[in-house]
Design a protein around this ligand. Structure first.
Ligand code: TZP
Ligand code: MG
Length: 203
């Protein structure tokens, strides 16, 4: 399940998140994150869950642990974990997916020890979607995190159909995308192209 294109529905870029979700699910996306920096709305998550569960996809909630407990997983940044008992949070999540953003190898090792299911790392390339994402870490940066952990690694940041093969070459299990899904105005087509490129044999 934790392989391929990881589609992020970003509330600040998507006016109708459920309709948008329907489009990317129709294209075959099966791992979805809901990212809403202004606050995660429970009712949107509930409506999204109906859609993801109907097709066997999973819905991971960014930041908001309580709402994540109603969904299929939680994605946390280092700042979401600071000062918290991460092992206890892991236990509360039960069988839900627990993903952690890690900038360096040491954070990836700590996430694995705390029982994370995947490690997110980036930005792979320059991104306008996250203002504080920091400098691009590129192929070598993602590779270093892949080498540091046996967990599946999700590369993120500035990923689109043009650099997907480079992302795959790092050994990352997944490529997370935000604007590559929104910018064309046709999320279904964009998602289908990303999936096809990811699954294409290396050139
Ligand atoms: N974390 C690191 S970069 C990023 C996040 C959430 C933004 C990714 O967005 P895009 O549009 O795919 O570059
Ligand atoms: Mg966060």
């Amino acid at each position: 399940m934790l392989a391929g294109i990881y589609g992020i529905v970003d509330r600040s870029l998507v006016k109708r998140p459920v309709a948008f979700l329907d489009e990317i699910l129709a294209a075959g996306i099966r791992v979805v994150q809901y990212r809403a920096k202004a606050g995660v709305e429970r009712e949107v998550v509930r409506a999204m869950l109906e859609r993801t569960r109907a097709v066997g996809a999973i819905l991971i909630v960014n930041d908001d642990f309580e709402v994540a407990l109603e969904a299929d997983g939680w994605h946390a940044g280092q700042e979401d974990l600071a000062g918290r008992d991460v092992v206890a949070l892991r236990a509360q999540l039960g069988t839900r997916v627990f993903g952690v953003s890690c900038g360096v190898a040491g954070e990836a090792r700590a996430a694995a020890e705390a029982g994370a299911d995947y490690v997110g790392t980036g930005p792979f390339a320059a991104t306008a979607t996250k203002g504080d994402a920091g400098p691009a870490i590129g192929i070598e940066g993602v590779r270093a995190v892949v080498r540091a952990t046996s967990l599946p690694v999700v590369a993120i940041g500035g990923i689109d159909a043009n650099n997907l093969a480079e992302v795959k070459s790092t050994g990352a299990a997944m490529a997370a995308v935000v604007s590559a899904l929104t910018r064309s105005g046709d999320p279904r087509r964009a998602a289908a192209q990303l999936i096809a490129r990811w699954n294409a044999p290396p050139a």
